[in-house]
Design a protein around this ligand. Structure first.
Ligand SMILES: CCCCCCCCCCCCCCCC(=O)SCCNC(=O)CCNC(=O)[C@H](O)C(C)(C)COP(=O)(O)OP(=O)(O)OC[C@H]1O[C@@H](n2cnc3c(N)ncnc32)[C@H](O)[C@@H]1OP(=O)(O)O
Length: 215
């Protein structure tokens, strides 16, 4: 049986292709470093032309946010697995037979923390997001109120990171999930999360208004 994708289905055209190309651009810049200084003026001019071309298509922010949230299926704009988000690492999470999630990602220099290794904030984002999706797959759309994370071993840049996440249960308006990041057999990061259901009145009140109304 074909495995179910819990994150957005990547496309190789349109905005997904632009986002992929932008990830390649960011990776190239971080790898080249100051070696591009001599060519920087021309590069900036070229990039500014591209930015203006793309910006010409952009609606105002509240309209854009509303459009994003009207899209069906897993978030295509998420910061961890959003195929349309150039800042999102290219994460795909699949549903295992027991309902837990599993995925793989390889991260480049843009995500570096300690020398040659992944930044802890990036690991925390991968965990937060995977835990949230594990809850959503179990039927509980919820926001994070607590994330308990342990960094047990540093993750080398360029290694294949396995992401594991599972929904652990519900306690009133709170839901719990847990997960880990592994490289091979080594568990590098473990995390447990506490989330509050989106349909809890206080959460609904907090997140129901569009940014236009909040301004
Ligand atoms: C993007 C999201 C879309 C989601 C829908 C689509 C789902 C598709 C999957 C996408 C996956 C996304 C996964 C990313 C998820 C984020 O990254 S969400 C962004 C980060 N989180 C936030 O911005 C939430 C900020 N917090 C709040 O706005 C408010 O806390 C809330 C949620 C409105 C609740 O407010 P409140 O009613 O005043 O309650 P509060 O005092 O905060 O505490 C709530 C409960 O949590 C407990 N609690 C609080 N802190 C902690 C803690 N550190 N540890 C343990 N328990 C705690 C409290 O004790 C309390 O428990 P009970 O009293 O109910 O037993």
């Amino acid at each position: 049986m074909e495995a179910t994708l819990a994150t957005a289905q990547p496309r190789d055209t349109g905005i997904d292709a632009v986002a992929s190309a932008t990830r390649r651009l960011v990776d190239a810049i971080t790898r080249a470093g100051g070696a591009i200084d001599a060519d920087a003026d021309r590069i900036v001019a070229d990039l500014d032309v591209l930015t203006a071309r793309i910006d010409a298509h952009a609606p105002d922010l509240p309209e854009r946010i509303a459009t994003m949230w009207r899209q069906p299926g897993p978030g295509r704009f998420d910061p961890a697995g959003g195929t349309e988000n150039p800042l999102s690492p290219p994460v795909s999470l699949w549903v295992e037979p027991d309902g837990s999630l599993r995925g793989e990602v390889t991260l480049g220099l843009a995500f570096q923390g300690p020398p040659g290794h992944i930044h802890g904030g990036t690991s925390a984002m991968l965990m937060d997001h995977a835990l949230g999706i594990a809850n959503a797959r179990a039927g509980y759309a919820a926001v994070t109120v607590g994330l308990d994370i342990s960094f047990r071993a540093a993750i080398p840049i360029g290694s294949t990171i396995t992401i594991l996440a599972r929904h652990d249960g519900r306690d009133g308006r709170k839901v719990r999930s847990s997960g880990e990041l592994r490289v091979g057999d080594l568990t590098c990061v473990t995390a447990t999360g506490t989330f509050v259901l989106m349909d809890d009145p206080s959460t609904r009140e907090k997140f129901r208004r569009l940014p236009r109304e909040q301004a």
